[in-house]
Ligand binder design. Sequence first.
Ligand code: NDP
Ligand code: 8X3
Length: 253
Amino acid sequence: RDASEQQTILVTGATSGFGRAAVERFATAGWRVVACGRRAERLQALVDAHGAERVHGCAFDIRDAAAMADALEAIPAGFGGIDVLVNNAGLALGTAPAQRADLAQWRQMIDTNVTALVTLTHALLPGLIARRGAILNVSSIAGSYPYPGGNAYGGTKAFVTQFSLGLRSDLHGTGVRVTSIEPGLAETEFTLVRTGGDVSASDALYAGARPITAADIAETLWWVANLPPHLNINRLEVMPVSQSFAGFQIHRD
Ligand code: NDP
Ligand code: 8X3
């Protein structure tokens, strides 16, 4: 592909946080963006800000495979095929230890972070291969480093990372690039969602920590997507300087 050719990126979870910042970053730079999420009014705001020829909003619940297929079908022809897929939609629900966790919350995390991600990837793979495109999966440090209360959420992100590496292996020779982006502490609506809307818990977590911002991750996605085509970032772990590692816990009788 000619480097000057306009490209199309599909971003899931585009109504908030990393996804919305990525839409802003790529649309402002002249890419066509397919922006997905449930909150239609937020998608419309992105369309209004950048123009319908630049941003197309797809409002659907990513856990609904039929709605996903309809939304993909409805992408205007003018957007062409998808060159870059950003699998970003996702969530953590709850911080309770496994023995007190809510099974419905576990299932929602798996349905969203894992099942929907593989469903969308499966649907778009033929086109991505034809276009020698790229898949950028938003995983998390929670997929590598366990912490109390991280249980199923960490499990979903370990899946996202390992699935990314497996895709890399399967796509060998196709020219398709695959990256697992693994952010640490980042201030978005993530903690509001995790805590069921507890503003003070969210504010307390980020206070004084200078966390990663949504714009930081949008810039990371931009960098990865615009590398020379012979380079692949396999995994990229990003933390704020304020965050690092702590030790194991030891229980004594
Ligand atoms: P936000 O809560 O700000 O954004 C999450 C996005 O996911 C929203 O746009 C939301 O859209 C979308 N989403 C959630 N459920 C669904 C669904 N069922 N159908 C469609 N879209 C859905 O959080 P972040 O920006 O922080 O999260 C983005 C990704 O980054 C997630 O995968 C998260 O796990 C990951 N991550 C976050 C970190 C952090 O500390 N913030 C660190 C590491 C990774 P809507 O509600 O409109 O449907
Ligand atoms: C979000 C980062 O450490 O809160 O994936 O799980 S963490």
